[in-house]
Design a protein around this ligand. Sequence first.
Ligand code: HEC
Ligand code: HEC
Ligand code: HEC
Ligand code: HEC
Ligand code: HEC
Length: 275
Amino acid sequence: MKGIPRLALGFLAAFGFLGGNSHAQNPGGKDSCLECHSRLSGALKRAVSDWRGSTHFEQKIGCVDCHGGDKESDRYPKSPGTGYVGIPRMHDVPYFCGKCHGEIKEKHLGSPHGSHGLPNCISCHGHHGISKPEPEKIITEKNCTKCHDFKAPQKALKALEKANTLQKRMESKLEDLEHLPVAKAAFLAKRKELHLDQAGVIATFHSFQIGKIQEIGTNADQLLKTFTKLEERENLRRVQKAREVPFILSLMGFLVLGTFFGFLVFHKGPPIGTT
Ligand code: HEC
Ligand code: HEC
Ligand code: HEC
Ligand code: HEC
Ligand code: HEC
């Protein structure tokens, strides 16, 4: 859509002629952006269908949460004063997304890509259809060799995969530690301190500094080893304690029985028939 037809549409839109009267029921209340854009065509409509398949849709992050504007208004959803920002300029994208993904924004801006300006959040994640990212689909030769060779991306991918594997092992270690609440709390605290929780790992990854991504693996390995040892020691102590209990019980039983028989032997009257 270019030139006059685009202008004409904009004109119609501005005066509320397009889908202005439809009041499709939306769980979040009225949403004029959805109502109107569902009736348009091409990219203007695809925005809605792609968004419906996204994690943002599931999380109830709507058009206005990203683009601003007034979703209550059919006629002037984009007037000055509604906070409408429309399409961000490329170098504003990290701030546009970073309203909600602040820690990732900071790491991205500090990365070699952040200072270069590209690739940015939408080069790697897309914009309307964002769902759970699959690293091996984003970090490909096709996407990553426009500006440099594939060596660094490959290293980053490998380090990330290791970090993700260890992330899963840390989750299962937490389950193992369920019966040792003190150790579990210590594990959680240490994991947070080392930025090895989910949010910390994701943020560090967006620094795109290979050394730092590899460090996640090294630190997680170390943490797991320390707590596996601690857990084994703690379990051993428990087993020993558990063995001590039956021992003490049987000792007590033995004493009780001993006393009982002693009582029988020494306190019984002389057997019948003897003098
Ligand atoms: C009455 C119809 C209508 C409503 C309501 C509407 N839009 Fe649009 N929108 C359009 C049309 C038509 C275009 C393309 C023409 C143009 O450039 O204005 C467009 C373009 C856009 C664009 C592309 C950038 C731009 O400004 O051209 C974005 C982003 C957008 N709309 C978001 C929204 C959001 C967010 C809302 C709700 C606050 C909304 N729209 C409400 C009709 C509408
Ligand atoms: C997660 C944030 C986010 C949400 C939610 C979102 N958008 Fe967008 N939208 C963007 C970004 C970023 C761009 C610019 C993409 C680019 O420059 O390549 C964009 C571009 C657009 C465009 C221009 C066409 C295109 O696809 O590039 C339209 C129209 C649009 N959005 C409408 C909507 C409507 C309508 C909704 C609600 C159904 C919506 N957007 C929800 C981030 C979002
Ligand atoms: C060079 C490519 C690239 C850039 C640039 C990038 N990301 Fe990512 N992002 C990824 C990859 C790959 C993952 C998957 C990491 C994983 O699996 O652990 C990811 C993961 C994420 C996640 C977490 C997903 C989850 O599973 O919880 C969020 C949120 C995110 N990125 C947002 C952003 C935002 C916001 C920006 C811009 C400030 C950005 N990303 C820039 C590649 C990128
Ligand atoms: C209004 C807040 C908001 C804005 C703006 C926003 N997001 Fe999100 N985003 C969320 C929420 C909430 C989630 C779900 C919880 C999470 O993973 O953090 C999410 C999830 C994600 C995920 C993970 C998806 C998954 O299934 O694991 C990625 C990737 C992502 N956003 C990228 C972006 C990008 C790129 C932009 C900018 C175009 C953006 N977000 C703008 C709130 C936002
Ligand atoms: C638009 C250009 C551009 C694209 C596309 C691009 N990069 Fe980069 N990347 C750079 C620049 C510039 C640097 C810093 C200078 C250098 O190392 O060449 C860099 C550096 C890196 C580094 C750090 C290298 C180091 O030695 O620490 C990694 C890792 C990296 N990029 C990964 C990726 C991945 C993964 C992709 C694909 C998702 C990608 N890049 C796509 C421009 C780009």
